[in-house]
Write a protein that binds this ligand. Structure first.
Ligand code: AHM
Ligand code: MG
Length: 331
């Protein structure tokens, strides 16, 4: 039987350079958090984890019990390594301060969405956790210290709580995926060096927003829908899970394009998805796997952020399709 590579062993073999010691410790904490989140999600209604708390988060969205539970788990677990100087969560308005006793070595910033796709929780469909790690310029980070472009990320990843629990990550040297073995509680390397195919016949977008989209997106989707009879001369398939993590994971595995473009409904907000802890980490992963990630007008990773919870237009996935979307936006 071939020897399996555990997550710990993988990190020991592959992490190199100035961040390796800190990353290994921080990723150990992230893995623990994701394992605890997987258990909380698995237990579902049995543990009373479902349903709304009746409260709203900073985005004006109603929080589910699990939004709060997973946020607490992620914060609590990720203080332990001592390398995290400050955090930002989708669920919290301001910077999360790390207790002094934990941040003697605090040199990094951790930004995360603890429960992405949370509208799927009550209907038992896949959800995820997304995270991004930046270098902190100091031990007491302030707002401006967090506002770094996605190109500055030293690590990004997601956990997918799907038919199996997976962790997928990049440290800027390709993308690797690990699957949780529920018996041993260890993640093992199952998807080495993930590569995103350049061509695809599959797109993911919330079609109900069609009438609000900008012309280049309508044009792209119209041509996909015309299939063999139209300009593209091939039929397309569509998927929409309403969980970005599940969507991007599918695209990494079998190709595709994921879009949550800005539209007239979202104009004031700037988009649906958040730049710092959704679009940036996913763009880093997609690019590292050979894909492309854009707003339509700009490479997502090069956006200079202006706010912690800033939203952005998102199109990412198979290179030739996303390049086509970029070309349509340039016209
Ligand atoms: P969330 O972080 O509050 O769960 O919102 C983000 C999610 C994405 O995972 C998904 O792509 C999108 O919202 C779905 O939106 P919609 O319900 O408009 O289709
Ligand atoms: Mg989210």
């Amino acid at each position: 039987m071939t020897q399996r590579t555990s997550f710990k062993k993988f990190l020991a073999q592959h992490l190199q350079g100035e961040h390796s010691i800190a990353l290994s410790a921080m990723l150990g904490d992230i893995v623990n958090a994701c394992k605890q989140i997987a258990i909380a999600i698995d237990s579902g209604a049995l543990a009373g984890n479902m349903g709304s708390l009746g409260s709203e988060n900073v985005q004006g969205e109603v929080q589910k019990a699990l939004d709060v539970i997973t946020n607490d788990i992620f914060i609590e677990c990720n203080q332990r390594s001592g390398y995290v100087a400050g955090m930002v969560s989708e669920e919290m308005d301001s910077i999360i301060e790390v207790a002094k006793k934990y941040k003697q070595n605090g040199q990094y910033l951790l930004l995360f969405d603890p429960l992405d796709g949370s509208s799927n929780v009550n209907v038992n469909i896949s959800v995820g956790t997304i995270f991004s790690i930046l270098k902190s310029p100091n031990n007491k980070p302030e707002l401006a210290d967090f506002l770094q472009p996605g190109t500055a990320q030293v690590c990004a990843g997601y956990a997918l709580y799907g038919t199996s629990t997976m962790l997928v990550l990049t440290t800027g040297n390709g993308v690797n995926g690990f699957t949780l073995d529920n018996e041993s509680g260890e993640f093992y390397l199952t998807h080495a060096n993930m590569q995103l195919v350049k061509d695809t016949e599959e797109f993911a977008i919330n079609m109900s927003n069609y009438r609000f989209w900008e012309a280049p997106v309508q044009r792209y989707i119209d041509e996909c829908l015309q299939g063999k009879d139209g300009k593209r001369k091939k039929d397309f398939n569509m998927r929409w899970v309403a969980s970005m993590v599940a969507e991007v994971h599918r695209i990494l595995v079998r190709g595709g394009v994921f879009m949550y473009p800005i539209d007239t409904k979202l104009q004031v907000k700037g988009g649906k998805l958040r730049l710092m802890y959704e679009a940036n980490p996913m763009s880093f992963i997609v690019e590292q796997a050979g894909g492309v990630a854009t707003t339509g007008m700009q490479r997502i990773l090069e956006i200079i952020p202006t706010g912690l919870h800033q939203r952005v237009s998102v199109m990412m996935g198979s290179a030739n399709e996303v390049d086509r979307l970029i070309a349509y936006h340039q016209n």
